[in-house]
Design a protein around this ligand. Structure first.
Ligand code: ADP
Length: 346
C-alpha cells in the first residue's frame, strides 16, 4: 500500500524521476520521466536503461558521472520541441545500492522565452542603430565642414532632427508596450471605467485630421448609436489613432478612410478601413508582432516605429477585447476591434 501511495504521488510530480541500479536496470520511474524523455527512451521499470536509451550525449553523461562518482546538471535538446535539464546523482540506500538517479525537468518554455527575448533585444538594437548612425554621421559632417552652405547645413540639421524624433518615438513606444504588458500580467490590469465609446473615436479622428488634411485624405465616420462600456479612454483613443494613422499612411493622396462604430450581439465593433495596398493574407497573423513589417524599407521611410500595431494589440487585450485585420474589397485593409459591451472586471 505504501509503495502504491508513493508511486501515485510521484506520477503527479511535474518533473521526471528515474532510478537505475548498479547493473543498469531501471528500478523506478514516474510517468513524467517517460513523457519528458519521449522518443529517446521507451523503457519502463525492469528494463536495461542503457539498452533503451537512444541518446548518445545523455548516455555519455550518465556513464561518465558513474565512473567519476560525480553528479552532473546539463541541458539536452531532445527534439526541436523539447529541451530538458537533467540532474544526475549517485544514489545509495539499502534498497538500491550504488544506484544512479536522474531528475528531469522540461525547460522548453523557458528556452522559448529566452530566445524570444534575445530576438527582441536584437531587433531593438537594430532599430535604434539606424537613426543613431545617421545622427552621428551628419553631426560629424557638420562639425568637420567649416564652409558649409547654409542650405546644406539646414538640410543636415533636418535629417538629424528627423532621426532624433524617430529614436524618441521608438523609445516612447517601447515604454508604452512594456507598461501595457506589465498591466496585462498584473491582477488589476489597466484602469477601466464606464465611458461612451463614440466620444473616444471622434477624439481619435480629430487627432488624425491634421495628418489627413496634409494628404488631402478624408476621414468618414459612420455610427448612429453610441455605447457605454468599460474603457480606459486615453489608451483606447491611442489604439484607434494608431490604426487611423496607418490607414492614412497607406491611403493614396486624395483618398478616404472609413471609420465605423456598430454592434453585434455582445460586442461593440469598431472598424478602420482604407483603400491602400492592403496586407497580404499570409501576414495577417503576424502583423501585430513587434517590429514586424511587410516592407521594412517602405515603412521606415514613412516614419513608423514598427510598434504601432503591437501597442494596439496590447491595449485591446487590456480591454479584454480582440483586434484583427482582413482584406478590404477590392483593395485595402480593414482593422476590426471588438470589445464586449459588458466586461467582467479581473
Ligand atoms: P509601422 O510603424 O511600421 O507602421 P505598425 O506596427 O503600425 O508599424 O505596422 C506594422 C506593419 O504593418 C507596417 O510596417 C506595414 O507593413 C503594415 N501595415 C499596418 N497598417 C497597414 C495598412 N493600413 N495598410 C497596409 N499595411 C499596413
Amino acid at each position: 500500500m505504501e509503495k502504491n501511495f508513493f508511486k501515485k504521488l510521484f506520477n503527479h510530480l511535474p518533473y521526471g524521476v528515474l532510478l537505475v541500479d548498479s547493473k543498469g536496470i531501471v528500478v523506478f520511474q514516474n510517468n513524467t520521466a517517460g513523457v519528458l524523455l519521449g522518443e529517446i527512451y521507451q523503457g519502463d521499470v525492469g528494463c536495461d536503461f542503457f539498452n533503451e536509451l537512444k541518446h548518445y550525449p545523455l548516455r555519455y553523461a550518465v556513464n561518465d558521472s558513474i565512473e567519476k562518482k560525480l553528479s552532473f546538471r546539463r541541458e539536452f535538446e531532445l527534439s526541436s520541441e523539447s529541451i530538458v535539464q537533467i540532474d544526475g546523482d549517485l544514489y545509495d540506500d539499502k534498497l538500491c545500492k550504488n544506484g544512479f538517479l536522474l531528475s528531469i525537468y522540461s525547460i522548453s518554455q523557458f528556452k522559448k522565452i529566452e530566445k524570444h527575448n534575445r530576438q527582441f533585444v536584437a531587433n531593438v538594437s537594430h532599430e535604434l542603430k539606424t537613426p543613431l548612425t545617421a545622427i552621428i554621421g551628419y553631426v560629424e559632417t557638420l562639425l568637420e565642414s567649416e564652409e558649409l552652405e547654409e542650405s546644406m547645413r539646414l538640410n543636415f540639421l533636418q535629417v538629424v532632427r528627423k532621426n532624433s524624433q524617430r529614436l524618441s518615438q521608438i523609445v516612447n513606444d517601447l515604454l508604452t508596450l512594456s507598461s501595457l504588458e506589465k498591466d496585462e500580467a498584473s491582477t488589476e490590469g489597466v484602469t477601466l471605467a464606464s465611458a461612451k465609446i463614440k466620444t473616444v473615436i471622434l477624439d481619435a479622428i480629430a487627432v488624425c485630421e491634421y495628418k489627413a488634411n496634409a494628404k488631402n485624405v478624408t476621414i468618414k465616420f459612420s455610427g448612429d448609436k453610441d455605447f457605454s462600456c468599460l474603457l480606459n479612454p486615453g489608451l483606447m483613443e491611442q489604439a484607434v489613432v494608431n490604426l487611423i494613422d496607418n490607414a492614412i499612411k497607406y491611403t493614396p493622396e486624395s483618398g478616404h478612410v472609413d471609420v465605423s462604430l456598430s454592434d453585434s450581439n455582445k460586442n461593440i465593433v469598431i472598424r478602420i478601413m482604407d483603400h491602400g495596398p492592403g496586407i497580404p493574407a499570409k501576414y495577417h497573423a503576424r502583423i501585430f508582432e513587434r517590429f514586424f513589417s511587410v516592407d521594412k524599407a517602405r515603412s521606415r521611410t514613412m516614419g513608423g516605429s514598427g510598434l504601432g500595431l503591437s501597442i494596439v494589440k496590447h491595449i485591446i487585450l487590456n480591454h479584454h477585447g480582440q483586434v484583427f485585420v482582413e482584406d478590404n474589397i477590392p483593395h485595402g485593409a480593414v482593422f476590426t476591434i471588438l470589445i464586449q459591451k459588458k466586461v467582467i472586471r479581473r
